[in-house]
Design a protein around this ligand. Structure first.
Ligand SMILES: N[C@@H](CCC(=O)N[C@@H](CS)C(=O)NCC(=O)O)C(=O)O
Length: 353
């Protein structure tokens, strides 16, 4: 009698465990995730003209902070950070690219706004870079406020929040806006003296200034005109794919929080013959969950490899590594609000449990 009770309890426990296991492992893939797997490649809308964030290098390859977010998603789904085709997009081309389904996702210094969320039919992922709009002027003008640009003009790119914010800001001021279709033409017009001011996200100002013949000849005014939360987005047609993007970004942030890097990630993996108990006491339960080690479901919830974050971190690095690789070289040395919450910043990822 006792024996059979034990047996029945065991059976119930095994059944319950396998249901949890099946639930976690048999996540139904959405149409975009399935298409990425079938094609063996992720198609990512990107910037080709913004050094630090998204740019084509001398070897003809896309590189930058936003580019690495696409690479991290490719590593999560396909196990290969290089399995990405990048589609260059200007500001004004973004809406159609998301709506037509010609790209799987976009990671291109794009601000999350209410109207874009709704009218583009997008799901915005977590903010990867908290930004704000600024104005740059030639240092020789010796001015420190937008008001002092009265009588002059500001160069701005169309199809951007930048254009809308600056129009609001100069309302009632005698400042002309000169509008251009893409970044190179806007920047060239400013450099050639057609406008006294150049405006975009402050990260973009830093990026462009770093490419100027004499960066010291340009001053970024102190005022921040707006909030520009920049991050990846994908079509509303596939919430399951959007979850993969979101948790890949959260994983990059959590890896930084846990001190796991591309160099040391294998030290945090469970070793052959290491008991679950020894492993957890060595790395901690949070790390075991992030990396999908032992019995911890992680990627299986998302329909990707359970240890997907091991692949992402080893191939792309954690958030800090991506930041340092691409943004420190353009002069964004101070993390500011883009520091971890534990260091006074806004980066805060929900728990992997
Ligand atoms: N974050 C703003 C501005 C984004 C934007 O497109 N900025 C310009 C100037 S930095 C840019 O990246 N242009 C690159 C291009 O069009 O080639 C938005 O989402 O509208």
């Amino acid at each position: 009698m006792r024996k059979s009770l034990v047996f029945v309890s065991l059976l119930i426990a095994v059944l319950a465990l396998s249901i949890v296991g099946i639930g976690a492992q048999e996540t139904e893939l959405g149409p975009i995730t399935q298409a990425v797997l079938d094609r063996g490649e992720l198609i990512c809308g990107a910037n080709a003209n913004l050094v630090g964030f998204g740019v084509v290098n001398d070897a003809g390859e896309f590189e930058g902070f936003d580019i690495d977010v696409c690479r991290a998603v490719a590593a999560a789904i396909l196990g290969d950070a290089n399995a990405v085709t990048f589609r260059p997009l200007t500001g004004a081309e973004r809406q159609a690219a998301i709506q037509s389904g010609e790209i799987d996702m976009m990671s291109r210094n794009t601000t999350w706004t209410l109207s874009r969320d709704v009218t583009w039919g997008a799901i915005f992922g977590p903010t990867t870079f908290y930004d704000g709009q600024g104005v740059m002027v030639p240092t020789e003008l010796g001015i420190s406020t937008i008001e002092e640009l009265e009588g002059g003009s500001i160069c701005v790119q169309t199809g951007t929040t930048t254009e809308l914010n600056i129009s609001d800001r100069i309302e009632g001021l005698d400042i002309e806006l000169q509008v251009f279709p893409d970044a190179p033409s806007t920047w060239d017009a400013y450099l050639s003296g057609r406008c006294e001011g150049f405006t975009t996200d402050k990260s973009g100002l830093a990026a462009f200034r770093s490419t100027a013949p004499d960066p010291g000849a340009h001053t970024i005014l102190e005022e921040t005109l707006s909030k520009e939360p920049l991050g990846p987005l994908s079509p509303q047609s596939d919430p399951q794919f959007a979850e993969i993007i979101a948790w890949t970004v959260f994983g990059l942030i959590t890896a930084e929080e846990e001190g796991i890097t591309s160099q040391n990630v294998m030290d945090f993996v469970q070793q052959d013959g290491e008991s679950d108990e020894d492993y957890i006491s060595r790395v901690g339960a949070n790390v075991a969950r992030l990396l999908g080690q032992g019995n911890n479901p992680s990627g299986s919830y998302l329909g990707v490899a359970n240890d997907f974050m091991v692949t992402v971190i080893s191939q792309v690095g954690n958030y800090a590594e991506i930041y340092e690789r691409h943004l420190v070289p353009i002069g964004l040395d101070a993390r500011g609000v883009n520091a971890l919450w534990t260091e006074g910043g806004l980066l805060y990822a929900p728990p992997f449990r």
